[in-house]
Design a protein around this ligand. Structure first.
Ligand code: TXA
Ligand code: MG
Length: 360
C-alpha cells in the first residue's frame, strides 16, 4: 500500500481533503489524523473489517481495546447505554477535549473494538481537523494512537510515517499536536469510577467535579482484556533501555551526571532526557570528557512549563532513540497536575527502572 500525506491547515482544513478522508473512512479504509493529544489511526468503529485493519497495521494485540471518537456528546447514545451523572458532568465540562469516558456499551459496537469488554471508551476530540473529519464522515471512528504497538505515541505526521508507512492509505498532516500525551481515561463502569489513565485533563480537575473518582492502583495481566493501557509491561517503550530518576533537581542532576559518566566510560552510548534547565546544569559536568562524543542529550520542556514538557516528551524520546543510544537516563518532573501524566508515561517507558533521589 502506498501512503499519501495531505497537509491540512490545523484551524481551517481544506474541505476537499476532509471529504476525501471521510469518504475513505466510510468506505472501511484507515486514515491517520491529528487530534489535540496525539495522532490517531482511525477506522469506521461499527465496521468490524475496518477495525481489524487497525490491529493489523499497528500489530496491536486483540486484547487491547480501542477508543471510539464521536463529534459531540449527543452521539454518546449511538455507542453507549446512558451516561451516569458523573460522566455527564465531565463530558459537559471537558468535551470537546482530552478526556475519554468508559461507559456501558451498546451491542452495535463490535466486540473487536472493546476487546470483548462490556464497556466502550468514548471521546470527543477538540482538534479542528478531527472534528471536521467526524462531522463529515458522520460515523463514530475507532482510533488508537497511530504508532506501531509499544512505540511512543506520534505527535507529528513524521512519527506516523516512521511507524506506519505502507500500512495506512492516507495521513492528514496538521502539524505537531498541542497536548502531546494521550487523553485522560475515566471508567464509569467501575464503582467507584476509576481514573484509568492520567492525561491532558488532570486528576485534580476531574476530582473537583466528581469527588467519587479514585486513582487506579491494581495492575492487570498480559493476557486479559486491558482495562487500561500500558498495563502490559513495555507499552510506551523506547528501543533504548530507559531509567527514570525522580527527585528535586539539586539532588537528581549530580546523580544523573555521575551515572552517565560511569556508563559512558564503560563504553555505552548513552542519552539524557531531561527538562532543559536540568540539561544545562548537567552540561558542564559531562563536557570535555573523552567519552563526550558518546553522550546524546534531548530536552523536553521545562520544570516551570509542564505543558511544554508534555508536548515535547514523545518527540524527545523518539529523537534519542533515533541516535541509536543503548541507554537513556531520564529525569522526571514530579507527579502533580499534568506531571502525573508525564510521570505515568515515563514510568511505563522505564519498565520498573526507577530511582527516587534525595527524599530519604
Ligand atoms: O488521546 C487519546 O486517547 C488518543 C487519541 C488518538 O484520541 N488515543 C489513544 O488510544 O491513546 P490508545 O489505543 O493508544 O489507547 C486506548 C486505551 C487502550 O489501551 C485501552 O486500554 C483503553 O484506552 N480503553 C479502551 N477501551 C476501554 C474500555 N472499554 N475500558 C477501559 N479502558 C479502555
Ligand atoms: Mg496507544
Amino acid at each position: 500500500m502506498k501512503t499519501r500525506v495531505i497537509k491540512v491547515d490545523r484551524d481551517r482544513p481544506d474541505p476537499a481533503a476532509i471529504e476525501e478522508a471521510a469518504a475513505a473512512l466510510r468506505d472501511g479504509k484507515l486514515v491517520a489524523f491529528p487530534t489535540e493529544t496525539v495522532y490517531g489511526l482511525g477506522a469506521h468503529a461499527l465496521d468490524t473489517d475496518a477495525v481489524q485493519k487497525i490491529f493489523d497495521a499497528k500489530e496491536r494485540p486483540a486484547n487491547d481495546p480501542l477508543i471510539v471518537h464521536i463529534a459531540h456528546i449527543g452521539q454518546v447514545n449511538q455507542c453507549a447505554v446512558g451516561m451516569p451523572a458523573g460522566a455527564r458532568k465531565l463530558g459537559l465540562s471537558f468535551w470537546a477535549g482530552p478526556l475519554t469516558l468508559v461507559l456501558q456499551k451498546k451491542p452495535e459496537v463490535p466486540d473487536l473494538v472493546t476487546a470483548g469488554l462490556p464497556s466502550v471508551a468514548l471521546r470527543v476530540p477538540s482538534h479542528r481537523v478531527a472534528r471536521a473529519l467526524m462531522e463529515t464522515a458522520g460515523i463514530p471512528i475507532a482510533a488508537p494512537s497511530a504508532n506501531r504497538f509499544s512505540r511512543p505515541s506520534p505527535t507529528t505526521a513524521a512519527h506516523v510515517i516512521a511507524d506506519l508507512d505502507g500500512r495506512v492509505g492516507l495521513i492528514l498532516d496538521g502539524g505537531p499536536t498541542d497536548i502531546g500525551l494521550e487523553s485522560t481515561i475515566v471508567d464509569f463502569t467501575a464503582d467507584p469510577p476509576v481514573l484509568r489513565r492520567p492525561g491532558g485533563i488532570t486528576f485534580e480537575q476531574v476530582h473537583s467535579l466528581v469527588p467519587e473518582v479514585v486513582v487506579q492502583t491494581v495492575q492487570g495481566s498480559d493476557d486479559q482484556p486491558q482495562p487500561a493501557p500500558g498495563q502490559m509491561g513495555r507499552h510506551y517503550a523506547p528501543r533504548a533501555e530507559l531509567t527514570l530518576y525522580e527527585g528535586p533537581a539539586a539532588a537528581v542532576v549530580p546523580r544523573v551526571a555521575a551515572d552517565v559518566r560511569t556508563a559512558a566510560a564503560g563504553g555505552d552510548r548513552v542519552g539524557i532526557l531531561a527538562p532543559e534547565e536540568d540539561l544545562s546544569a548537567i552540561a558542564p559536568e559531562i563536557a570535555g570528557r573523552a567519552s563526550a562524543g558518546r553522550i546524546e542529550t534531548s530536552p523536553y520542556g521545562s520544570r516551570g512549563d509542564l505543558d511544554r514538557s508534555a508536548r515535547e516528551l514523545y518527540a524527545s524520546i523518539r529523537a534519542l532513540d533515533a541516535t541509536g543510544v543503548a541507554k537513556i537516563f531520564a529525569i522526571g518532573v514530579g507527579s502533580d497536575g499534568l506531571a502525573r501524566a508525564i510521570h505515568d508515561r515515563l514510568m511505563r517507558a522505564a519498565d520498573g527502572r526507577v530511582k527516587t533521589i534525595g527524599y530519604e
